[in-house]
Design a protein around this ligand. Structure first.
Ligand SMILES: [Zn+2]
Length: 96
């Protein structure tokens, strides 16, 4: 194999251990929720989800799960809930 390519493969292996090098700016995905599938997207660090909870609260379990999974790869704005909700206890109570 060409030595330049071998160098890149080694670099890629190191980079793959450092997800914080990556910032996801846009994303579209299908989330298989408990009852049905939801389309979730990230545009300019703002989340949207087509579930009914999101329409009221501007965040939801699907968005929060994504924030957990992709945390090292999100811009600071995208890590935070876009809603005026201040405490997670308050939100957890309204979800149950
Ligand atoms: Zn949702």
């Amino acid at each position: 194999m060409h030595s330049d390519l071998i160098g890149k493969i080694e670099k890629a292996r190191r980079y793959a251990q450092e997800p914080e090098r990556i910032t996801i700016n846009e994303l579209k995905a299908t989330f298989h929720g408990g009852n049905s599938d939801h389309t979730i997207s990230l545009n300019d660090n703002h989340w949207t989800c087509d579930c009914s909870f999101f329409r009221m609260w501007h965040t939801c379990a699907h968005v929060m799960a994504f924030q957990k999974i992709f945390d090292p790869m999100l811009a600071p704005e995208a890590r935070e809930a876009t809603s005026p909700i201040t405490s997670t206890e308050e939100m957890a109570g309204s979800m149950s």
